[in-house]
Design a protein around this ligand. Structure first.
Ligand code: NAD
Ligand code: UD1
Length: 336
């Protein structure tokens, strides 16, 4: 019995693969390495003491999926493979729709052909868009503000329609808030290529001396201290949410849609302070203008995950920073 993890060499996927191996599952990683490195698989083995099967390939490659479904006794799929850059998606919308939407369609078609009906999908809080109310509950209106968010919402809708057409499907749509942190070993973590877009990897690169200072995108929002507020969640908590979803799907058919967040908002300045405590480094910073497309504040209502999946996030922001710092300081050049 094997779990197929698409995008399993990536940031969230690699942490989830470690936990799947620890829980005794056989794991097959399918990843085209467009945003990750093959050495991740060695690091996973180093942590878990077991090596996942690894195939370098694309989730849109129908023939390859057919081959893998014939060769391995796959019982469930966790589908992380996707593109996620908000800056890039508006310049290359077709690339994003093809990779994220067509990729999910090909995967679901080939799963059904192989009689595999259990699927966990990586969605995002970005499907909610401008908050009508906070915290976002799963019932909040869905109105993404960029192509990336649209692609996630389209896949959610396609999977809902699919489950309505055939009661064999068991699907979890997991809406992630802001994943940060790294495995406590320091062996795997987030390794963005080029200049990081997101706050935590940027902060970590300032602390390690790779970047001169952090630009804070606006301090005039209507928030606790004027800077943007987000619901940061430790990547290992996020990973354990996927195992909880698989356990839930063992018992339940249909679709379950769940926020994976902590329910707690943290401002940019609060995260900077926590990182300074964790690293013992002063973080140079400058206030600059707001980043276009940024929302002032959002965080999850996290109760539903607790109720249906029996899952809740355990790690606080200090732990997220300690683990990010350990990964960054032990691997200043990431997986290179
Ligand atoms: P990541 O880029 O580190 O991992 C994605 C992996 O998928 C990469 O290893 C990449 O090489 C692979 N991939 C991409 N397209 C592929 C394809 N067509 N075929 C095979 N492999 C492919 O990103 P991540 O942060 O680990 O995110 C994983 C998933 O979670 C993505 O779907 C992302 O949209 C979603 N998500 C991420 C965040 C976040 O902030 N990190 C938030 C919400 C949702
Ligand atoms: C970004 C994406 C979002 C995606 C999420 C994944 C945008 C507009 N949105 O969201 O779609 O789901 O990543 O984690 O890119 N900040 C700075 N300086 C920096 C970087 C960020 O001040 O160098 C601030 C931002 O303005 C924001 C907060 O830090 O207030 C968090 O930013 P980031 O980590 O990029 O996440 P999101 O904006 O939530």
């Amino acid at each position: 019995m094997t779990i197929l993890v698409t995008g399993g060499a990536g940031y969230i996927g690699s942490h989830t693969v470690v936990q799947l191996l620890d829980a005794g599952h056989e794991v097959l990683v399918l990843d085209n390495l467009c945003n990750s490195k093959a050495t991740v698989i060695d690091r996973i083995e180093k942590i878990a003491g077991k090596r996942p099967h690894f195939i370098q390939g694309d989730v849109r490659d129908r023939a390859l999926l057919q081959e893998l479904f014939a060769k391995f006794a796959i019982t469930a799929v966790i589908h992380f493979a996707g593109l996620k850059s908000v800056a890039e998606c508006s310049v290359k919308p077709l690339l994003y729709y093809d990779n994220n939407v067509s990729g999910s369609i090909v995967l679901a078609e080939e799963m059904a052909r192989a009689n595999i009906y259990t699927l966990v999908f990586s969605s995002s809080a970005t499907v909610y868009g401008e908050p009508v109310f906070l915290p976002y509950t799963e019932a909040h209106p869905l109105k993404p503000i960029n192509v990336y968010g649209q692609s996630k919402l389209m896949v959610e809708q396609i999977l809902q329609d699919l489950a309505a057409s055939n009661s064999a499907w068991r699907i979890a749509l997991l809406r992630y808030f802001n994943p940060v942190g790294a495995h406590a070993s320091g062996h795997i973590g987030e390794d963005p290529s080029g200049i990081p877009n997101n706050l935590m990897p940027f902060l970590a690169q300032v602390a390690v001396g790779k970047r001169e200072y952090l630009s804070i995108f606006g301090d005039d929002y209507e928030t606790v201290d004027g800077t943007g507020v987000r619901d940061y969640i430790h990547v290992d908590d996020l990973a354990s949410g996927h195992l909880a979803a698989l356990t839930y799907l063992d018992q339940h058919a249909g679709v379950v849609t769940v926020n994976l967040g902590t329910g707690k908002g943290t401002s940019v300045l609060e995260l900077v302070s926590a990182f300074e405590r964790a690293s013992g480094k002063a973080i140079a910073r400058q206030i600059v203008g707001r980043r276009p497309g940024d929302l002032p504040e959002y965080y999850a209502q996290a109760d539903y995950a607790k109720r249906v999946l029996g899952w809740q996030a355990k790690h606080d922001v200090d732990r997220m920073c300690t683990d990010s710092w350990r990964w960054q300081s032990q691997n200043p050049n990431g997986f290179n």
